[in-house]
Write a new protein. Sequence first.
Length: 303
Amino acid sequence: MPTTAPPTVWRGVYVAAALPFTADRAVDHDAYAAHVRFLAENGCDGVCPNGSLGEYQTLTDAERAAVVETAVAAAPEGFGVMPGVAAYGALEAARWAEQAMRAGATSVLLLPPNTYRADTESVVQHYREVAAVGLPVVAYNNPIDTKVDLTPALLARLHEEELIVGVKEFSGDVRRAYELRELAPGLDLIVGADDVLLELGLAGAVGWIAGYPNVVPATTVELYRLATSGDPADVARALPLYRDLHPLLRWDSKTEFVQAIKLSMDVAGRRGGACRPPRGPLPPGTAERIVRDTEAVLARGYR
């Protein structure tokens, strides 16, 4: 069962922090720690190490564990750390959750089994194994990549069994927010894709596991607060800001999102850099478009 913890442990703006590498493609822990502190200083509520944006699939076990330890050590008081604990097997995912707990993480983010199209009972057992570790578990629904859909009915069952506290919703179907509210009113909805932030914010989201705050954290945190406040005046202020940022935010839902966000970081003077294989450099036309989109946002004074 998840331990009792204040809701702020997984709510708010959690950044799927990009992972910097040295010239020889080793993890640059000093740069990563500096980035975690930068995000905290700019109003973010936490980070999610070892997500796809953190290129966890390319890390060794030792590197993956060290990234979590670096994030926890760099996090100021009250700043959450929600590591991704995805693995091919439930027992391995549970071991990553145990490592996160030992390191001092405050919650974990868990994909369903994704080596095959798992049936409902396999998915439930997967979440049971990880929930038994004791940290709050946020489910991650990404049927586009995993081919396993955490439907509202299945999420309601996981929540009813007290296996999850929230869901990072990345299906792109904003209609699900309302069905989730009906079936599992106590389950926290967390925005999982940058380009549906306003829509899910209006639908009752209480968190955002985000990509583009890596680039413009202060502005994107402001957008999140406006979109989720419930005040019509704030929503009116959020809409033009959302429109200005959307050319960037939509890159978070594209195949090349890791390279795109890292390139935007470089343009903004942050440490993005190259990715590990198999992700390679972007085609010139795509890179030029991302640079233009990023420069346009920065030219408006957004930071």
